[in-house]
Write a protein that binds this ligand. Sequence first.
Ligand code: NAD
Length: 349
Amino acid sequence: MSVFEHPDFDEHEQVSFFHDPISGLDAIIAVHNTQLGASLGGCRMWPYANSQDALTDVLRLAKGMTYKAAIAGLPQGGGKAVIIGNSRQDKTQELMYAMGRAVDTFKGQYVIAEDSGISVQDLQYMATQSHHVAGTSAKFAYDGSPADGNPAPSTAYGVFVGIKAAVKFATGSDLQGKKIAIQGLGHVGLRLARHLHNAGAKLIVADIFSDGVEAARQEFGAQVVDPLDIHKVVADVFAPCAMGGAINAHSLPEISAGIIAGAANNQLVSKDMGEQLCERGIIYVPDYVINAGGIIDIFHQRNESTAEKMRSQLEQIGETVTQILTRSRQLNKPTEQVANQIAEEKFRH
Ligand code: NAD
C-alpha cells in the first residue's frame, strides 16, 4: 500500500523512509503540518512486526502532535519519528548517529524529542549530528526549582490546572474536599497527587507497584484501592495517569465519577467512547489538551524563554479546558470532537 492510499494519511506534508546499511537503521519520519511552525515530536523505537505497522503509528502520532501543539497555543507543527527495532537489543550509538543525520535532512522542519524506547543519552548522540534535537537538557522549571530535564513536573502541573478548571466548570467550586481517584502514581501521577493534596482534595489511588501508592498513603493520607477497582470508586474526578485505553467498553459503564481528567495518552480506546461519555453526561477532558505540559516545557526550553512564561502557558491549559467544556455543553457534542475542531481552526487557516 502506498502512503497516499493509507487510511491514516491525512494531508501529511512529508513522509520519509530511512535505511542506513552500516548501522542497520530503519526509520520513518512523518511531518504532518507546519502551518504554525516547524514540527516537533518524539521518536519511538519499537519492534514493529512490519513497516506497515510502523507507518500507521508514525502517521497517527505525527497528526496527533499537530493537534496537541495547536491547542496548547504553541507556534509549532506536528511530526513524529519511529525506528523499527527493539530498544533493548538493537540500539547502538551508530544507530543514533544515523538517526541524527536523518533528522538533519529536514533542515529544522522536524525537531526530534524523546518517546518510548529513546533516552536522553540517545538524543545526545543524535544531537552530535543535528541541531534539531530537543530535550537533551533543561535550563529551568516552571516553578523556579532546579530543572533536571524531566518534563513530568510541567505535565503534572498542567493536569492539575486542567482538573481545577473542569471541577470549577462542573460544580462552581474549588478542589477543597473533592475526591479525586488517580490511576497510576509514576512520574506524573505522584506529582499530580501532591498538587491536589495541597489544594485540599481527598485522594484515592492505585498502582500496580507499591512504592508510589505507599508514598501517597504516607505523604497525603491517600486511600489505596486495588488497580482493578480505581475507575469504579465514588469520586468527583477519575484521573487516568497510567497507560492508554483506561476508558474502554469494560470500564466505561462502571465509572461513577462525573469528570475524567488525567495525564495518560490515548485514554479513549475508540472514538465512540467519547460519544458514550457525552451521552452519559460524564465530562471528559481530552487527554491531549490536559497533558500538553510536556510539549510546552520542551518548547520553552528550546526558545530562549523564562520560567514565568512557561508557567503562564501551562496555566493557559485551564482556560482551554473551560472553553472546550463550554462549547461541548452548548453544542451537546463530545469534548474530543470540540477540541479537534478548535485545534483545526488554529492550524488550518
Ligand atoms: P510512568 O511510567 O512514570 O508512570 C505510570 C505509572 O502507572 C507507573 O507507576 C505504573 O506502575 C502505573 N501503572 C501501569 N499500569 C497500571 C494499571 N493498570 N493500574 C494502575 N497503575 C498502573 O509514566 P508517566 O511519565 O507518569 O506518564 C503517565 C502517563 O502520562 C502515560 O500515559 C504517558 O504517556 C502520559 N504522559 C506523560 C508525560 C510526561 O511528561 N511524563 C507527558 C504527556 C503524557
